[in-house]
Design a protein around this ligand. Structure first.
Ligand SMILES: [Zn+2]
Length: 157
């Protein structure tokens, strides 16, 4: 049986926010669960496409690659776009060696029926204001929660 016919994940109602992605069966640590699919666009195109839904203005399907390109999960995307953020996640998003693809990988052994999360670590240009933080409010409620989906600057020692 190929992996394509036996996926690791299933999409259903999240325990946290909207739609989520769950382990369909036990997933061993280190497993590549799914690729983050979508059309490759430039950051300028991403700015123009920024969603304007007043009910959910800051929900994003964009994944920024280290090359500067952006994957638009809302266009030719796959189930990976439904994975929610957590500050204490059980998965991580990992770029391929050439920086062109992103895979969601299990950080730990994940039992079947557990919701999958990764840390969005959204990087914003300029200063992270209180308002911006509130717009990307995190409700993950893990002990590690930093209260926002944004990547915060490292604290100086
Ligand atoms: Zn959090």
């Amino acid at each position: 049986m190929t992996r394509a016919s036996q996926p690791w994940h299933i999409v259903k109602q999240s325990t946290l926010h909207g739609t989520g992605v769950f382990a369909l069966r036990d997933i061993p640590a280190g497993t590549r669960i799914i690729e983050y699919g979508g059309k490759r666009i430039t950051p300028e195109q991403a700015d123009e496409l920024h969603p304007t839904d007043p009910d959910d203005p800051f929900h994003t399907f964009f994944f920024s690659l280290s090359s500067g390109k952006v994957i638009d999960g809302g266009n030719r995307g796959n189930d990976a776009r439904w994975i929610n953020h957590s500050c204490g996640p059980n998965c991580e998003a990992q770029e391929s060696a050439n920086g062109k693809r992103v895979y969601i990988k299990a950080l730990v052994d994940i039992p079947a029926d557990t919701e999958l999360f990764y840390d969005y670590g959204l990087v914003m240009e300029g200063r992270i204001t209180k308002k911006l933080r509130a717009q990307y409010l995190c409700l993950c409620a893990t002990p590690e929660c930093r209260g926002t989906m944004l990547a915060l600057p490292k604290k100086k020692p």
